[in-house]
Structure formats: C-alpha cells, structure tokens
Design a protein around this ligand. Structure first.
Ligand code: CP
Length: 290
C-alpha cells in the first residue's frame, strides 16, 4: 500500500487489518525501526491531536520525525505544496504525513516516490480519524454490523463526516446525519436528532467548521446548543449502552454540554488515545509496503 489518503481506496479486509493492528499495538505489540526511518509531519493547516499523535506514533515505532513549520517556511517565498513535499522526499524521509486545506490535495502529489498518509484534506477526508473512531467502536461493541450512529453538526464541511459516512455504511452500520439544514450534505440520510436519539448506539458530535464558512452562521452558540447540541436532557434519553464520540476540538456548551465531555458515556478521550495506536498501524503499513 503506497499511500493511505482515502478509506474508499482500501478494501474492508485492509481496513479491518489496520484496526486489528492498532488494537495489537494497544495491547503491547512492539515494532522498532531503531531510528532508521524518518517520518515527516507536514501540517499546512492547524492541528493539535492529529499532528502530535502522528509524532507520538512515529516515536513509539522507533522512527525519527521532522516537524515542518508552515508559518516559518519557504511557503512564504512562494514554494508550492509539491516542491515542499519533494524536498522532504529528497532529504531522506520515508513517509509524509500531510494535512492541507485543499480537498484532494494528494492528487497533486502522485509523482512523489514516498508514501503519503493523509492527515486531513479540506472538507474531503480524514482517514486516520475514521480509523480511530472505528477502533473505538470495535473496542466498545466488538463488531460494526447493525450498529446505529447519528453524526450531528456541520456535515457539509466536515471531512470526519465524509470519511465516516461511507466506511461505516460499508461495514454494515446504519448511518444517520443531523444538524443545521444549511450544513446538510445532499444524498446523506438526514434525520431529526430528537426523533432518533433514543435508538442510537453512537452519538457522534461535530464542531461547526467556522474556518470553512464565510461568516454566514445564523445562530448563536446558545441557540445551536438548544437545537442541535447534546444537552443533559438529550443525554438522559440515550440508550444505557450508547456512547458519545467527538473528533475534537470541542466547543464546550455548544455541540455538547460541558459536564458531558467526560461523562460515563463519553469516549472522546479514548478516541484521542486510540489515535496514537491507529497512526502506528498506518505508519507501519506504509513503511512495510515501501
Ligand atoms: N480531530 C482532529 O483532527 O483534531 P486536530 O485538528 O487537532 O488534529
């Protein structure tokens, strides 16, 4: 496998193998490249979780890392995405972890001779987030088939929603979306959050992606929470076995009530922890297939 840029390109066997390897890493599996491999973290768009958990994952595998600082780089002199990535290939990096604000940015990079791990492309895809979400679901329920998930929020601008919608359906889950109508994605199964919450196994909340809007939001934070947020009242209507997920960063008291972020049903920090193991599996996969 040269690149992992979109889960639609992977078979279900390949996806399940990555999740199982991540679970094995969590259970103590060791791979040690003894500082002989170098992973470059190239974040052209802000990130905290994805960047630092890819960095942690590479370190756990005994790889060295190069952490590109976009704000203090030759991008400022007009260097292109391709030429920046070609530099990291040329100086000896063995894999490139890339986040960029352009949808499908990786289509500009097909001439590179180094594996790419997509850490998020615009509103397109976020495969490592989907894989850590799936790992968290598998740990919780032991299977995917038949589970019901509602993804609530700014679906239209969310690469997390776009990655998860397809792969969860492929794995046999029933996937629903909800949130402001102006952020509805055409072709997706849209429902009223209040009508389905009692029947869901997973409530996945998303942040409103203000950075991808033109300041056109027509609701206050309070109004958003009241209409679309996970309030205490809605929490109390969830199934006993249901869980809350959120890719984070979180806007507390907007998409989720502050005190629910670390509640019994929340798996938000488990998702973050699992992110390291999933990214270890992804890095290991592309380095082994080089
Ligand atoms: N979930 C996620 O992608 O978070 P970051 O933007 O902090 O990487």
């Amino acid at each position: 496998m040269k690149n992992i840029v979109n889960l639609d390109d992977l078979s279900l066997d390949e996806i399940n193998d990555l999740i199982d390897e991540a679970l094995a890493f969590k259970n103590g599996k060791v791979v040690d490249y003894q500082q002989k491999k170098v992973v470059a973290n190239l974040f052209f768009e802000p990130s905290t979780r994805t960047h630092y958990s890819f960095d942690m994952a590479a370190g756990n595998l005994g790889c060295r890392t190069q952490n590109f600082e976009a704000s203090n780089s030759s991008l400022k002199k007009g260097e292109t995405l391709y030429d920046t990535c070609k530099l990291f290939e040329s100086i000896g990096c063995d894999a490139l972890v890339i986040r960029h604000s352009d949808d499908d940015y990786y289509k500009q990079l097909t001439a590179l001779n180094v594996p790419i791990l997509n850490a998020g492309d615009g509103k397109g895809n976020h495969p490592s987030q989907s894989l850590l979400d799936l790992m968290t679901i598998k740990e919780e329920f032991g299977h995917f088939e038949g589970l019901k998930v509602v993804i609530v929020g700014d679906i239209l601008h969310s690469r997390v929603a776009h990655s998860n919608y397809n792969v969860m359906q492929r794995l046999g889950m029933s996937v629903y979306t909800s949130g402001p109508l102006e952020y509805k994605q055409e072709g997706y199964n849209y429902v009223d959050f209040d009508e389905v919450i009692e029947d869901m196994d997973i409530v996945m909340l998303l942040r409103v992606q203000h950075e991808r809007h033109q300041g056109d939001e027509n609701f206050s934070k309070e109004k958003y929470h009241q209409i679309y947020g996970l309030s205490l009242e809605r929490y109390n209507r969830m199934k006993d076995t249901a869980i809350i997920m959120h890719p984070a960063p979180i806007n507390r008291d907007v998409e989720i009530k502050d005190e629910l972020v670390e509640s019994e049903k929340s798996r938000i920090f488990t998702q973050m922890r699992n992110g390291v193991f999933v990214r270890m599996a992804m890095i290991h996969k592309v380095l082994e297939d080089e």
